[in-house]
Design a protein around this ligand. Structure first.
Ligand SMILES: Cc1cc2nc3c(=O)[nH]c(=O)nc-3n(C[C@H](O)[C@H](O)[C@H](O)COP(=O)(O)OP(=O)(O)OC[C@H]3O[C@@H](n4cnc5c(N)ncnc54)[C@H](O)[C@@H]3O)c2cc1C
Ligand SMILES: *[C@@H]1O[C@H](CO)[C@@H](O)[C@H](O)[C@H]1NC(C)=O
Ligand SMILES: *[C@@H]1O[C@H](CO)[C@@H](O)[C@H](O)[C@H]1NC(C)=O
Ligand SMILES: *[C@@H]1O[C@H](CO)[C@@H](O)[C@H](O)[C@H]1NC(C)=O
Ligand SMILES: *[C@@H]1O[C@H](CO)[C@@H](O)[C@H](O)[C@H]1NC(C)=O
Ligand SMILES: *[C@@H]1O[C@H](CO)[C@@H](O)[C@H](O)[C@H]1NC(C)=O
Ligand SMILES: *[C@@H]1O[C@H](CO)[C@@H](O)[C@H](O)[C@H]1NC(C)=O
Ligand SMILES: *[C@@H]1O[C@H](CO)[C@@H](O)[C@H](O)[C@H]1NC(C)=O
Ligand SMILES: *[C@@H]1O[C@H](CO)[C@@H](O)[C@H](O)[C@H]1NC(C)=O
Ligand SMILES: *[C@@H]1O[C@H](CO)[C@@H](O)[C@H](O)[C@H]1NC(C)=O
Ligand SMILES: *[C@@H]1O[C@H](CO)[C@@H](O)[C@H](O)[C@H]1NC(C)=O
Ligand SMILES: *[C@@H]1O[C@H](CO)[C@@H](O)[C@H](O)[C@H]1NC(C)=O
Ligand SMILES: *[C@@H]1O[C@H](CO)[C@@H](O)[C@H](O)[C@H]1NC(C)=O
Length: 639
């Protein structure tokens, strides 16, 4: 008997390993035996990558109607392998168009939820920003005839409603073996089109939800509390769990953004970015379905190339994440003092002349490094708008400017935050802006900040962004600072656009082990992630020419930002999908290393996302100069 003990120990260890890494939905996996007889469902063979290189590769991914498009029988066989989890794609508003898809009750529901993000999260295929698929099936106006049309093929043709790892593996193998375009959709919140794709097989991860609190995790060098999370957990669910376990976790600011999908995989900033770093910095290990269809663990000691790439190297491009283990921290209060002033509007704080307004903006920005050094986060808007004539608030027919700035100060009591912000208030008073030091908004915990019912508004616009580096703000008397402020002023004043910036400093000190993930190095050097909103219409009534002209105008003004911050970059998750030199801008010096990982892990280019690593080899046909995803995906002529 005693000689069995070592084996028992081994078996127990193996069991523990499985338990340690996997949620129940991850234990249901595809085996070699399951696919032995099926060329559609066979696993990919990465060892034969060399042979693949020499094959004549089809120039384009298969598209519905092609001779190579899988037959109805093949789809039905896939569906039965999936246990019936295959959904035929249909844009949600199709039920509002006359014809076979019309459904009055369902249409009424769609109408009442069209501007509610929870609706798009719960829908298998559609993405929030509908310009990405050419507004392919807009909501038609009620009770009137319309010239709008509903084009279903601009969206994925089929969706795998994945609830197990096996579903993901079947989808990946079927798509790879049939040369299909693949889209991975979590919430569909992506701003640049990475969860959109016409004629694709959509892999919907929305149901991969679960959580487990780990009071004392030991992973790599890490010793401490952690949380295992299903990859589809949304921000509001994360905030709720923080409350339940009396901890702090990193989470997106808005309630329905996925915490471990595109947000984590592109970096992920939160109110605590200067305090604890990015979402990608929190990840201790990952479970992933790779392009060959295998299910692997990625961590500091295993598959470290994937571990590097997925943490910051861009969503949807290196594998399908099924769960993560992330660091957890003690609860932390947050105080949020703020200031508001305007030029031309009397009721939201002091109204000053234009020149004083811009002096006030410069004054605020001369304090952002101090906010970041205190591990706080600046959050500000410069809005430019006109009011109707003879409004009760202003009689000015010219544009009105308003500034709202706040500092999210983790770890500070309300009084501490008021003392902290007093020098900014004093400086604003000195330049003639009569703001007062008012009691801040106070959250006893990060959970208290974010635990609210989910749902936010849905937009259909575009914007561009820039990561202004710390060096731009270090010396308020420098030319660099003056040039940066001038570029922002021109954007608002001449361009007529609105501006937003988030000020953070996720330095190497705040984020241990930062060199070991793929977060854009420009994000580490930044003090301002600045966003400029396009005022043009990208909705269903705008023509291609109008959209192109509107974007061209925005680009002219954004170029001023780029000119004053040479070599800086942009944050890929909140950026212009047509960012010039996006490889440098979104990935910096990580691009080459990521490219090599992409080629090794996905020699088939199974996963493709616009602006993803390696995507320069692909383009969407028939897009008419628009950055839309609703066409056939083909290799560029050069590649
Ligand atoms: C209202 C709103 C608020 C936002 N607030 C913030 C914020 O506070 N901070 C911030 O940093 N960003 C923010 N963003 C931007 C956000 O980071 C991106 O939109 C991000 O892409 C969302 O990821 P998702 O998984 O929710 O969306 P999706 O559109 O579903 O996915 C985005 C990308 O990630 C991929 N992906 C998703 N899940 C997986 C998975 N399990 N495995 C592999 N790939 C996957 C998709 O293929 C796609 O490429 C916000 C966006 C919106 C719309
Ligand atoms: C594969 O084919 C063999 C021979 O036809 C058969 O015996 C076996 O059951 C099949 N396996 C599966 C998983 O379908
Ligand atoms: C691919 O083709 C090149 C040129 O014909 C040849 O040198 C190389 O050996 C081939 N590689 C494989 C793995 O067949
Ligand atoms: C897949 O099978 C399920 C259950 O049999 C069925 O309800 C569903 O319509 C099928 N999907 C497709 C695309 O045919
Ligand atoms: C959004 O939809 C959800 C689900 O139907 C609902 O609970 C929520 O109240 C809606 N929010 C708004 C602002 O309409
Ligand atoms: C549309 O018409 C129906 C029937 O005439 C009416 O009940 C409904 O209120 C109308 N809806 C709108 C939005 O006008
Ligand atoms: C469609 O209708 C809208 C609104 O009535 C109108 O502005 C637009 O010019 C029309 N488009 C076409 C192509 O007729
Ligand atoms: C997806 O699968 C889940 C779990 O089986 C099920 O509850 C849900 O209704 C499915 N969604 C759709 C749109 O079929
Ligand atoms: C939550 O954590 C904080 C700090 O770690 C501690 O002071 C507090 O007592 C805890 N609250 C509960 C309800 O456990
Ligand atoms: C705007 O003008 C009207 C008419 O002259 C005046 O009654 C009103 O007080 C003015 N409002 C503001 C905000 O100046
Ligand atoms: C905060 O400051 C106010 C006003 O100075 C003071 O009355 C109050 O006692 C202070 N609270 C704490 C907790 O220090
Ligand atoms: C500044 O604002 C306060 C109210 O916040 C007001 O009492 C005071 O008179 C103002 N001072 C000037 C110079 O406008
Ligand atoms: C102040 O700036 C706004 C917007 O830039 C502009 O429309 C307005 O004419 C300016 N007012 C003055 C008095 O220069």
């Amino acid at each position: 008997m005693p000689f069995l003990l070592p084996y028992l120990f081994l078996i127990l260890q193996l069991l523990q390993r499985v338990n340690c890494y996997n949620f129940p939905y991850e234990s249901i996996q595809l085996s070699d035996a399951d696919v032995r007889n099926s060329s559609d469902l066979a696993f990919g063979n990465n060892n034969n990558f060399g042979q693949y290189v020499n094959q004549t590769r089809p120039r384009c991914k298969a598209y519905p109607g092609d001779a190579t498009w899988p037959s109805a029988v093949q789809w039905a066989t896939l569906n039965s392998s999936l246990g019936g989890a295959l959904i035929k794609g249909a844009p949600p508003a199709a039920v509002c168009y006359p014809g076979p898809t019309y459904d009055a009750d369902r249409c009424a529901y769609v109408r009442s939820h069209w501007f509610n993000s929870t609706f798009f999260t719960a829908d298998p295929t559609s993405q929030m920003e509908q310009w990405q698929t050419g507004n392919n099936c807009p909501l038609p106006p009620a009770n009137s005839t319309t010239n709008l049309t509903c084009n279903a093929i601009a969206q994925p043709v089929y969706t795998v409603n994945a609830t197990t790892v096996k579903h993901l593996q079947l989808a990946v193998n079927f798509a790879r073996n049939n040369n299909l375009r693949v889209v991975i959709k979590n919430t569909g919140h992506d701003f640049i089109g990475r969860s959109a794709g016409g004629g694709a097989l959509n892999i919907w991860t929305h149901h991969l939800k679960n959580s487990q609190y780990l009071p004392s995790a030991r992973i790599g060098e890490y010793r401490g509390r952690a949380m295992r999370m299903g990859s589809a957990m949304e921000a509001w669910e994360v905030y709720r769990l923080m409350g339940k376990h009396n901890i702090t976790l990193i989470a997106p600011i808005s309630s329905t953004v996925g915490a471990y999908g595109g947000f984590m995989q592109g970096g992920g900033h939160s109110l605590l970015t200067s305090y604890y770093g990015f979402m990608a910095d929190q990840v201790l290990s990952l479970e992933v379905v790779t392009a060959d269809g295998r299910f692997v663990h990625a961590g500091p000691d295993e598959n470290d190339d994937l571990f590097f790439a997925i943490r910051g190297g861009g969503g949807g491009n290196f594998g399908i994440v099924t769960s993560v283990v992330v660091k957890a921290y003690p609860v932390l209060p947050i105080s949020v003092p703020s200031v508001t002033f305007s030029a031309g509007l009397s009721f939201i704080g002091p109204s000053v002349s234009n020149e004083t307004f811009w002096t006030g903006v410069r004054t605020y920005f001369s304090h952002v490094i101090r906010i970041c050094n205190a591990k706080g986060l600046g959050f500000n808007y410069i809005s430019s708008f006109t009011l109707p004539p003879f409004s009760p608030f202003s009689n000015s027919s010219s544009r009105i400017l308003s500034f709202q700035g706040s500092a999210m100060l983790p770890g500070m009591s309300p009084n501490q935050s008021m003392s902290f912000i007093a020098p900014l208030i004093a400086d604003l008073n000195k330049v003639g802006i009569n703001v007062s030091n008012q009691a801040p908004v106070y959250y006893p915990s990060y959970s208290a900040y974010g635990d609210r019912p989910p749902g936010e508004g849905v937009g259909n616009g575009r914007f561009g962004s820039r990561l202004f580096p710390r060096t731009s703000f270090e010396d308020p008397n420098s030319d660099t600072f003056a040039d940066t402020m001038a570029a922002i002023r021109e954007f608002v004043e001449e361009g007529g656009y609105s501006f937003h910036s988030v000020n953070y400093s996720p330095s190497e000190d705040t984020a241990p082990d930062p060199g070991n993930n793929a977060v854009n190095p420009a994000l580490r050097k930044a003090i301002a992630h600045a966003t400029g909103f396009d005022s043009g219409d990208y909705g269903p009534y705008s023509t291609s020419a109008e959209q192109i002209a509107s974007h061209r105008r925005l680009t002219q003004y954004l170029q001023k930002w780029r000119d004053v911050s040479p070599g800086a970059g942009a944050y890929m998750n909140e950026a212009d999908t047509q960012e010039p030199d996006w490889q440098q801008s979104f990935y910096g010096e990580n691009y080459e290393r990521l490219s090599a990982i992409k080629k090794r892990r996905d020699p088939w280019s199974l996963f493709h996302t616009v602006t993803g690593v390696g995507s320069e080899e692909w383009e969407v046909e028939g897009a008419n100069g628009l950055p839309v995803q609703n066409g056939r995906l083909c290799r560029t002529e050069e590649s």
